[in-house]
Design a binder for this molecule. Structure first.
Ligand code: FES
Length: 130
């Protein structure tokens, strides 16, 4: 089995990425859900912490990244919106510098099981469409 093939007991509709795809610290973009508005988000790992957020900046609504899977500052201490430089805490999604201080990234509840990062049980990607 490769990391791209989750074990059958996992609900593949909830899989965001394999834990092994995330450096420590590291980030990975994901898309889940069906229809015209799948959920586009990012997973960020730092040590034992794994968080996920909708990939939409609260400043002007742009995706945070310009390059695939690249969301961290050079020192990997914060999440960076590449459009206008907003900086967000990894653990909270709180903007601490840039054009939208005090605003937050929208959290996506996740859990880790069998080496995969999953949407938390009961969370549906469609709930994040707006
Ligand atoms: S859209 Fe993110 S800082 Fe402007």
């Amino acid at each position: 089995m490769t990391e791209a093939e989750p074990p059958r007991e996992l609900d593949v509709e909830r899989v965001l990425c394999a834990l092994g795809e995330l450096a420590d610290p590291g980030t990975r973009a994901f898309r889940v859900g069906r229809g015209d508005w799948p959920l586009s988000g990012l997973v960020v790992r730092r040590g034992a912490e794994v968080h996920a957020y909708v990939n939409r900046c609260p400043h002007a609504g742009h995706p945070l990244n310009l390059r695939p899977h690249e969301f961290l500052t050079a020192d990997s201490s914060l999440l960076l919106c590449h459009s206008h430089g907003a900086l967000f805490e990894i653990a909270t999604g709180l903007c601490v510098a840039g054009p939208c201080p005090g605003a937050r990234l929208r959290r996506v509840p996740v859990e880790v099981a069998a080496g995969y990062v999953l949407l938390a049980a009961g969370v549906r990607a469609e709930a994040f469409a707006d």
